[in-house]
Structures are given as structure tokens and as C-alpha cells.
Design a protein around this ligand. Sequence first.
Ligand SMILES: Cc1ncc(COP(=O)(O)O)c(C=O)c1O
Length: 382
Amino acid sequence: MTEFIPFSKPIIGEAEKVAVLQVLDSGWLTSGPVSEQFARKFADMIGDRPAIAVSNATAALFLALRAAGIGSGDEVITSDYTFAATANVIVACGASPVLVDVTLPHLRLDVELVEAAITPRTRAIMPIHMAGHPDDMDALRAIAAARGLLIIEDAAHGIGASYRGAPVGSFGDWSAFSCYANKNMTTGEGGILIASEENLDIARLFANHGIRKTLTGRIDGSNPYYEVVVAGLKFNMPSMSAAVGLAQLERLVDMQNNRNNIARRYDATLGALSGIRLPSVAAEVMHGWHLYMLELDPALIDCERGRFIEELRAGGIGTSIHFTPISSQPFYRDARLHTRGKSVAKSVAANIFSIPMHGGLLQEEADRVVEVIGETLHKHRR
Ligand SMILES: Cc1ncc(COP(=O)(O)O)c(C=O)c1O
């Protein structure tokens, strides 16, 4: 029997295992020099600003909002087409998410709708870089500058992506990356927050109970006292995760090249099939290929998405769904939604699914994915 091809898979080798064992043997498990080194190396890849390593991207986004002083009575404009975390962190800070529809074909924030959504309470715009395709950062930055708003980049999908030659994560006042298990590089769970040194100092406080000094002094006994200066929480990255991250950074170029090659192969082979729409890439960007999303065309294919992906699964192909729009989630049905005519996010989301894409996917596996998709499309052609 042919082996099941999962939608995503972390690529873990000897280097990651050795690095974790070294940390375990070192006796220093919580945040420390290894997590600082990981944050520094990650930050170097993005630009000249520093970073902190935290528990996940959700925490990084939450820290950005809290450290920026965004809270009750404030509004943050973000995409309706995103994962729950983006909107949930805004609510968790006591602010209101204002959801804006996306444009086709890149599922970017609709810039005109962003402008229309601004009120005196708006504090920030949060672009998503869906699937690894950068948002229209020139337009969003121009709006933010003209209206005195912050940009908080949800760069959870953004590793390996760039816009007009500059990496995703270099555009926001704050930028948050995810190192979750299915991301372009992983620490199992993890996140990176990039900002100015001054802003990161505030975020560090919120990430460690509002305590002003490092953990070291409390553990070696050199300074056992501590002062809580804000009501922070705890979001630091442990050294074991950071050690995995450092080893992953060493293989990131190879894993990213593989994603790019697989995307090119999919483009060429799936492009020959009818009944599906392929992702398209704006001229000014480099796609990070976190996800490769296909949209079924109901005008040509007589099979609803749920059944289609079930048949792919029976054929040995794993898929996933990214995403159910925020405004369709029960909790968010009352949120302010800015959309023009029919909701693009809702109509795209009904037919979209992500196919296998990861740093170790083989070309033969990609070809098998295409073969099974082709057979399934053929079976359901109108
Ligand atoms: C767009 C987006 N933002 C934020 C997150 C949260 O990332 P994490 O799981 O690292 O908290 C995700 C998760 O994948 C995401 O897809």
C-alpha cells in the first residue's frame, strides 16, 4: 500500500536531538542564553531589530498589543480571513477586532476597506500575509503613517516571505512569527516577537509577570528579590525549544528551497488540471509557501469540499482547511465586518483546502498528490 502523505510534517534530524540533550544535560531548562541566542539569530534573518523568543505567536501578538497599550475602547483592524488567534488576542486585550474583507487573488487585506474602517478609536492595523503571501505593505504603511496607526504584523505564516526584497517581519512596529509544528521551521510550539529595543523592553516585562530583572539572579542566588511593575503573564520560551529552533535555522534554507521547488512543481502540474484555482503570486513579492491552498471551482466540479477532501484522504493524501472566516465563528458573529458586496473571505473559504507542503516533501510525493487530485477532479467533473 502507498504511504499516506500528510499535509504537514516537521523535519527533525540528529542536530535537533543533540541540541535538546545538551540543554537537558546543562541543567538550565527555562529561558536563558540558548533562547536569547535563538531570538538573536532569528532576528538577524529578518533585519536589524532585536527579538524575543516566546511561547507561541499568539503570545507574541498579545504581548505586542499589551505593550503598545492597546486595550478597552480601542479598535484593531484585521482580516476576516485568518486563524482565530489573530482576533482572539485583540479580544483578550479588551480591545475590539474590526474585521475587513480580503481581495482576490492574494487574500490580502482590502486596502480601501481598511481606510473605510478607521475610526477615532482605531489604534492598529494587523496584516496577516496569508499562507506566506505578503500583504500590500506599501499601501498599509502609507495608511498607518497618515492616520497615526501602528502596524502589528501577524507574520505567523511569514517565514521565508518577502515584499519588494525586504523580509516579512521587517514592516511592522511589531512583528510576530510562529514556530508551531507545521511552520516553515519549528520549535514544537514557539513564537518570535520583533520590535525596537525600547518596545521589546516593555514586552519582556509583560512576558515575565511584570518582573523587571532576569531569572538568573533568582536562581544563582545573587539577587533573590524581585519587583512586579506591571501585571504581566508568562510567555517565555524554554531552552529545549530554543535549541530545536537553532538547529532548525541551520536547515531553514534547504527546507525553504524545498517548499519553493514543490510550489513550482505544483504550479506546473496542477496548472494543467481544470476545476481548481491555484494560488497566484503578486509580482513584487516572494511567497514563503507556508501553505499551498487550492480552491475548488463549483461551476466545473460537482462535489462539495468536505466530500472532496475525504476522497483525497481515502486516496492517501492529507489536507487541511485554512480558514473559516472569523466573522463566521459563533463568538464573532456580532463583530463589525467591513465587506463590499458579497464577502470574498466567506465565498473563498467555502471551497478552499491546503494540500501537502513541507520542507521535506519529495517531488515523487508531490506528483502522487497531483495524480490523486487529478483523478478525483475527473470523477466529479460536471
Ligand atoms: C494567521 C495566524 N496567526 C497566529 C497564529 C498563532 O500561532 P501559534 O500557534 O504559534 O500561537 C496562527 C497559527 O497558526 C496563524 O495561522
